[in-house]
Design a protein around this ligand. Structure first.
Ligand SMILES: C[S@@+](CC[C@H](N)C(=O)[O-])C[C@H]1O[C@@H](n2cnc3c(N)ncnc32)[C@H](O)[C@@H]1O
Length: 272
């Protein structure tokens, strides 16, 4: 069967999605929403987009909403993404954070972590560059599907393509068929949970962090949602803590609350 997403229904979907998670779908991306939802409409045996909208608005247990988030999010990620930022973190920011306290503990949030590559990259880099440091990382995302995959920690060749050879040898087991499983020791310090970045109450349950990575997700929000999310991130940082956003993202027009620190051409945002 072929389904058509009419403009008024598209706008209702767009408003609903925006209200629930801050993702703003412009008119030019209507086709994306259409393509991604058709499969679910067919699976549920519904008569079309209008029917699905009603179903999702009035379904009470949140399961369908979670399926909607799985369908609409873009989950592109890989190990050692944007390596200049990662080096600045492991070589400069981590020692600064540790130098400022008496313990050798560091608590990090990989917010919007998708399938976990960022969180595990940070664990491996700290283990190699800051030996003896006790690291705890919380990875979170709005999509249950990617969280489940992050917990499994089995990756394909696309995901691991930038992993330096010595890390590959030490931290991954090749199970054949281009299937690479992360070592249990690298998995242990990382926990994952479903957190919507516009949900302030849920975010508060995570506690406070020395460093937050929230990369390549602000681009999906409009200015208002960006401001909301960034203020949640600010409140989740310990005083003096650091925030990394994607290298193509900037807080310039979003907030003046942070102090931008530039190290090796990388901008890091510090909470006062
Ligand atoms: C492109 S991936 C970025 C992954 C990783 N941070 C990186 O830079 O490689 C964006 C992720 O943001 C998540 N996301 C989108 N909206 C979100 C929201 N409101 N709350 C939490 N996560 C969200 C998506 O599910 C997706 O996995």
């Amino acid at each position: 069967m072929s389904f058509v997403l009419k403009d008024p229904t598209f706008r209702e979907f767009r408003d609903f999605i925006y209200e629930k998670c801050g993702i703003f779908i412009p008119d030019t991306k209507k086709y994306l929403l259409e393509n991604r939802l058709v499969k679910r409409i067919e699976e549920k045996g519904l008569s079309g987009f209008e029917d699905y909208l009603k179903f999702i608005k009035y379904s009470t247990n949140g399961d369908e909403l979670s399926r909607l988030f799985d369908a609409i999010t873009t989950n592109e990620t890989y190990f050692f993404r944007e390596p200049q930022q990662l080096d600045v973190f492991a070589d400069q920011i981590a020692p600064k954070v540790l130098g400022a306290k008496k313990t050798k503990d560091i608590r990090i949030w990989s917010a919007a972590c998708s399938t976990g590559e960022e969180a595990y990259t940070l664990i491996m880099m700290l283990a190699e560059k800051q030996a003896g440091v006790r690291t705890e990382i919380v990875g979170s995302d709005i999509s249950d599907e990617v969280i489940a995959s992050a917990k499994r920690a089995v990756y394909n060749s696309y995901s691991i393509r930038n992993v330096p050879e010595p890390y590959m040898k030490k931290y991954f087991k090749n199970n054949g068929q281009m299937n690479f499983e992360l070592d249990a020791a690298a998995k242990r310090p990382v926990s994952f949970s479903n957190v919507n970045l516009i949900d302030e109450k849920k975010i508060k349950t995570l506690g406070s962090f020395d460093v937050i990575f929230c990369r390549n997700v602000l681009i999906y929000f409009d200015d208002k949602a960006k401001q909301k999310v960034v203020s949640h991130l600010y409140n989740s940082l310990k005083p003096g803590g650091y925030l990394f956003v994607g290298s193509s993202e900037s807080l310039h027009s979003v907030t003046r609350a942070f102090r931008p620190v530039i190290i090796n051409k990388v901008v890091v945002y510090q909470r006062g």
